[in-house]
Design a protein around this ligand. Structure first.
Ligand code: SAM
Length: 292
């Protein structure tokens, strides 16, 4: 029986056997610590009833541990050079399927419908390529996929922004975009030493559990996100100034925005970073009445 893939010795042997060289541009930092992998999978509550979507299996370190615990694993890998390696390393596991595709271009819903028929519990579990962390998470959340949640490794700095609370320096439009769809929690801080090659940023694992319905009910979702983005345009400016510069322009707009802020019970001198998601919801609905 082979040792686990995620050990320094086995990983080195696999890389040497296949003459593999890392592509930094694809965010290739492979995990070499089985303990960390077990903990990630524990945080995702993966059972033999769970189907897992993995993004970027690399040489299969996480995929192997998922295969041992889940009913099924489907993994998207962009780098064709890894396919023969995965064929080799994952040959003992019959419940794994690799799709050679850029996940950002993939029809993930179609893959779920086709390959995860009859499975109710679907999780995304991955050690993400750091150059595309946010677009991948936003794609998974906005495509209305039937997921229970997402447990992923990413840059600690991005994890801090995603799970930030109002009034903190990390709180911004990314926190709101993700907390609108999920409850977000940083569940692990991970040292650089458990990767080859070591990344030059700190890492964390974040758990996003999908809400039954969005955190606030708003008249128009895309306008709500426009309001949020505009409110954080320049962090030092007040909400009134940011909205006047970035959302509704023109002479009358300032008075209209002041009126909406008053109706939403929000002091115009506050900064965007102090508003809760509910307050943004109220404000966006008032502003929407004006622009409609
Ligand atoms: N899961 C492995 C591990 O933990 O050791 C590898 C993780 S590594 C951080 C990220 C992986 O994502 C690499 O295998 C890389 O080739 C792949 N990747 C990068 N961009 C991708 C994309 N757009 N779609 C799918 N896979 C991608």
């Amino acid at each position: 029986m082979n040792k686990d893939i995620a050990t320094p010795i086995r990983t080195r042997a696999i890389l040497e056997k296949h003459g593999f060289s890392f592509k930094k541009s694809l965010g290739q930092n492979f995990l070499i610590d089985t303990n960390i992998l077990h903990r990630i999978i524990d945080h995702a509550d993966v059972t033999d009833q769970t189907a897992v979507i993995e993004i970027g299996p690399g040489i299969g370190a996480l995929t192997e541990q998922l295969a041992k615990r889940a009913k099924k694993v489907v993994a998207f890998e962009i780098d064709g050079r890894l396919l023969p390696i995965l064929d080799d390393t994952l040959s003992p596991y019959s419940n794994v399927e690799i799709i050679h595709e850029d996940v950002l271009k993939a029809d993930v819903n179609a893959v779920i419908q086709e390959k995860m028929k009859g499975i109710d519990d679907i999780m995304v579990v991955a050690n993400l390529p750091y150059y595309v962390t946010t677009p991948i998470i936003m794609k998974l959340l906005t495509e209305n996929l039937p997921l229970r949640g997402i447990v992923v490794m990413l840059q600690k700095e991005v994890a801090d922004r995603i799970s930030a609370e109002p009034g903190t320096k990390d709180y911004g439009s990314l926190s709101i975009a993700i907390q609108y769809y999920t409850t977000a929690e940083t569940v692990m801080i991970v040292p650089r030493t458990v990767f080859v090659p070591q990344p030059n940023v700190d890492s964390a694992v974040i758990r996003l559990l999908k809400r039954d319905k969005p955190a606030v009910k708003v008249e128009n979702e895309s306008f709500f996100f426009d309001v949020v983005r505009a409110s954080f345009g320049q962090r030092r400016k007040t909400i009134l100034n940011n909205l006047t510069t970035n959302l509704l322009k023109g002479k009358e707009s300032k008075a209209a925005i002041e009126d909406c802020l008053a109706k939403a019970n929000i002091d115009p001198k506050r900064r965007g970073e102090t508003l809760s998601i509910e307050e943004f919801g109220r404000l966006s609905d008032e502003l929407y009445k004006v622009i409609k």
